[in-house]
Design a protein around this ligand. Structure first.
Ligand SMILES: CSC[C@@H](O)[C@@H](O)C(=O)COP(=O)(O)O
Ligand SMILES: [Zn+2]
Length: 219
């Protein structure tokens, strides 16, 4: 399958801009993180593996199908040795599950890393009473619990994708998850909304971390 550059170009631009923003916030340091946007029903643009996310260029973005196979982009030399993100399967699994999502973002902020490491034993971060919860798709009040699962970190991405699937099968309204000592994943209808999710979740993670520090000081 050949992807049109008129489809790929704007998608790559969105990913480059997202990288500059997320790196600037300190949420995607060094070569950490990966980002994708949907191109069509069965295709996506995703960051290549190991690239610095604050300095992404068009050549750092690849087209794939939802099995993770590299696709050719019109007008661009095809290199079959290019590697899409090592965590491609976590992105494609979400696009296959939710036909209405258009973007997936994964970040490595200090707050998400520390909090997920600290709460790993609980397996879930449950928060409530944050007005900021309303920045997440489908949430209309602070008066509900927001449950963000925390999966153990692993280099076996297929096994992690299975863990994620298991959780989403029983929590279809979930919009994010943490990986212990690693980072955050979230997804949304489009890149703009997905960036909003990241900002809201980073805010909530930072608040939770500060609260924990306060309570520990009082102990
Ligand atoms: C600093 S290495 C981080 C990676 O192991 C991974 O977790 C990550 O987020 C980026 O991997 P990538 O293969 O570049 O998409
Ligand atoms: Zn990562």
């Amino acid at each position: 399958m050949m992807i049109k550059d008129s489809t790929f170009g704007p998608a790559a631009e969105q990913l480059m801009q997202a990288g500059r923003f997320l790196y600037g916030q300190g949420w995607s340091p060094a070569t950490s993180s990966n980002y994708s946007v949907r191109l069509g029903a069965d295709t996506a643009a995703i960051t290549a593996s190991g690239r610095h996310k604050g300095q992404l260029m068009k050549a750092d973005i690849l087209a794939i199908d939802l099995q993770g196979k590299l696709l050719e982009v019109e007008g661009t030399a095809f290199n079959p040795d290019e590697k899409s993100s090592a965590e491609t399967a976590l992105h494609t699994g979400l696009y296959r599950r939710y036909p209405d999502i258009g973007a997936v973002l994964h970040t490595h902020s200090p707050a998400a890393t520390i909090l997920s490491k600290f709460l790993q034993k609980d397996g879930v971060l449950v928060v409530e009473d944050y007005e900021m919860q309303k920045a997440l798709t489908g949430r209309h009040t602070h008066e509900t619990e927001l449950a963000i699962p925390i999966f153990p970190n692993t280099q076996d991405i297929d096994a992690l994708a299975e863990d994620v699937d298991g959780w989403l099968n029983v929590h279809p309204d979930c919009v994010a998850y943490l990986i212990a000592g690693h980072g955050l994943y979230t997804w949304a209808s489009d890149m703009r909304t997905c960036l909003r999710h990241i900002e809201a979740l980073e805010f909530i993670c930072s608040c939770e971390l500060e609260l924990m520090k306060l309570f520990r000081k009082q102990e």
